[in-house]
Design a protein around this ligand. Structure first.
Ligand code: T3D
Length: 269
């Protein structure tokens, strides 16, 4: 993807092209595990993508052979024996803001899982709207292997996508799940050949960036709400969101294009 802006982050790649902000976790020597600076930069990159009206879709991926190995364990437990940082505060300030940013941004967020996604890395992927994974990639709820509990929204997303029985077993056993199995159990959208992952993910993100952006954002709002709403609440929300969607220029364009038997040219307005 061509650079459209100079690199401003140390541990994150951020480029915008064709309406897509591509965000790359970029600490490959430690499998893109989360240092505090990388977490802050990811939050800044997500905020920038959310605020930029030129950005109509986001693509999140990792540099090198991994997507993300979760918390940088050398930072979590300093090898020099210095006091451990308070973990609850780390979770609140390192991971939770990025999960909220992904879920609250009313733009599609595609995740291209290019390799292993472990711990917070696995759950960061699950927070995204559409997850593609290389057939060589894997997902590991690694927390239990070191005596921790899943964070980064894992106990919210995982049971909702794979069911409580599988989510509990994955969280308690920490088994490695291949991309193929992740697709089969509904954890991700698709496993694709590793050689074509980034081409497919970029094509998908570009396709989404040409769709009715506000409508897609409202779909996301509806999906977010359905996790906790009753059927009655959801039916009413759909009515409200439909009125909002129908007030967009893209709705007028979609209907006009259909009637005129041509392809629509959506502008995201
Ligand atoms: O603690 C808190 O602050 C609370 C928040 C917790 C959130 C969490 O994410 S907890 C879970 C943390 N993550 C893990 O426990 C996963 C640890 N990593 C692994 O289990 C393995 O690395 C993988 C299964 C992901 C991949 O295995 P493999 O064999 O492909 O690679 P490797 O050889 O283990 O790792 C390659 C290098 O990356 C290696 O460094 P070296 O030996 O080449 O200098 C390894 O130490 C480093 N690395 C991998 N994961 C981490 C890491 N370094 C720091 N932190 C890591 N998480």
């Amino acid at each position: 993807m061509p650079e459209t802006s100079t690199r401003r982050f140390e541990s994150i790649g951020y480029q915008v092209a064709d309406g897509v902000a591509e965000i790359t976790l970029d600490r490959p020597t430690v499998l893109n595990s989360f240092s505090r600076p990388m977490a802050r930069e990811l939050q800044a990159a997500l905020a920038e993508a959310a605020a930029d009206s030129e950005v109509r879709a986001v693509l999140l991926t990792g540099a090198g052979r991994a997507f993300c190995a979760g918390q940088d364990l050398a930072e979590a437990v300093p090898p020099d024996g210095s006091p451990r940082p308070p973990i609850d505060e780390i979770v609140r300030t390192t991971y939770n803001p990025s999960v909220r940013a992904i879920r609250e941004m009313e733009k599609p967020v595609v995740c291209a899982v290019n390799g292993v996604a472990a711990g917070a890395g696995a759950n960061l992927a699950l927070a995204c709207d559409i997850v593609l994974a290389a057939d060589t990639a894997s997902f590991i709820q690694a927390f239990c292997r070191i005596g921790l509990v899943p964070d980064t929204g894992g106990t919210f997303f995982l049971p909702r996508v794979v069911g409580t029985a599988r989510a509990t077993a994955l969280a308690m056993l920490g088994d490695k799940v291949s991309a193929g199995d992740a697709q089969a159990m509904g954890m991700i959208w698709k496993s694709v050949p590793a050689a074509t992952l980034m081409d497919e993910a970029r094509a998908l993100a570009r396709q989404l960036a040409t769709q009715p952006t506000r409508g897609l954002g409202l779909i996301k709002r509806a999906m977010n709400a359905s996790a906790t709403n009753s059927l009655e609440q959801q039916l009413e929300l759909e009515a409200v969101l439909q009125a909002e969607a129908a007030s967009t220029a893209d709705f007028d364009e979609g209907v006009a294009a259909f009637m005129e038997k041509r392809s629509p040219a959506f502008t995201g307005r």
